[in-house]
Design a protein around this ligand. Structure first.
Ligand code: HEC
Ligand code: HEC
Ligand code: HEC
Ligand code: HEC
Length: 151
């Protein structure tokens, strides 16, 4: 046996044991119970409060906006895409508890020209060139019925 192995083998044994000990303390208890993840994380995530309520509930009180949305090209969107999570608002029915996103940047998240998005799937404009003199897209487009243009 080459002499250097006399030092290297014990060193390896020390490092491998150290690794196993540290690993033992770092790995959470429920890791690997069902697969390569921490099983307890499922209960923790399931226990988080639910903040979104879904379109059907919004429409129970806001049937006008619901019908308008269905009538035009935004029919595929959920109300909470633009209005944010609605569970608090459904409880208190206060206008202040719900958002109304309408800035150019917000509409631009979906509609600003982006070569990675196919124009046949989602229509896009260059928001720097498309009527930049106006502060908001909804100065002209009705967010619920986008082709009911205001003048
Ligand atoms: C239980 C009835 C009810 C439900 C369900 C409900 N709302 Fe409302 N909403 C109201 C009432 C009442 C107002 C206040 C109307 C007013 O003061 O003119 C309001 C106002 C609003 C406003 C106007 C806020 C403002 O600043 O003027 C928006 C936007 C809105 N709701 C969106 C939603 C969305 C999105 C949902 C679903 C997540 C929803 N609402 C679900 C009752 C409801
Ligand atoms: C594309 C984004 C978008 C979607 C989707 C959307 N809204 Fe809106 N909504 C807006 C914006 C922006 C305003 C503010 C309009 C304004 O100030 O003129 C608004 C205003 C409202 C208002 C207040 C109307 C008023 O006259 O004050 C209600 C109520 C409302 N939305 C309900 C809904 C409901 C219910 C849905 C789903 C069925 C929905 N919205 C879907 C963007 C959206
Ligand atoms: C979550 C993504 C999303 C957001 C946010 C959004 N839209 Fe849309 N919009 C769509 C989709 C999807 C369509 C239907 C497919 C298409 O563009 O042809 C559409 C269609 C449109 C159209 C009609 C395009 C056509 O092909 O004739 C206009 C105009 C429009 N949106 C304006 C707006 C305005 C203004 C806002 C901001 C108030 C907005 N959108 C916010 C997803 C979005
Ligand atoms: C001054 C009014 C006005 C404003 C502000 C405005 N638009 Fe438009 N938009 C129009 C008109 C009119 C059309 C029809 C085609 C054209 O003139 O480009 C249109 C067309 C569109 C289309 C369809 C494009 C096509 O080629 O068919 C989309 C998507 C759109 N607008 C999104 C937006 C978004 C997003 C904003 C905010 C960044 C916005 N618009 C602001 C008036 C406006």
């Amino acid at each position: 046996m080459p002499v250097q192995l006399k030092t290297l083998i014990p060193l390896f044994i020390v490092f491998i044991s150290l690794f196993l000990v540290v690993r033992h303390f770092l790995i959470p208890e429920s890791f690997g119970k069902y697969g390569y993840y921490r099983a307890d994380s499922m209960d923790e995530i399931a226990a988080l409060p639910i903040n979104h309520v879904g379109k059907a509930i919004c429409v129970e009180c806001h049937d006008t906006e619901g019908a308008q949305l269905e009538s035009d090209m935004h029919s595929g969107l959920s109300c909470e895409v633009c209005h944010g999570p609605g569970s608090k608002h459904v409880d208190d029915m206060e206008p202040a508890s719900i958002e109304k996103q309408s800035s150019r940047d917000f509409c631009g998240k979906c509609h600003n020209l982006n070569p990675a998005r196919r124009i046949e799937v989602i229509n896009q404009v260059d928001i720097k060139l498309h009527y930049p003199e106006r502060e908001n897209c909804i100065d002209c487009h009705n967010p619920h019925a986008v082709w009911e243009l205001k003048d």
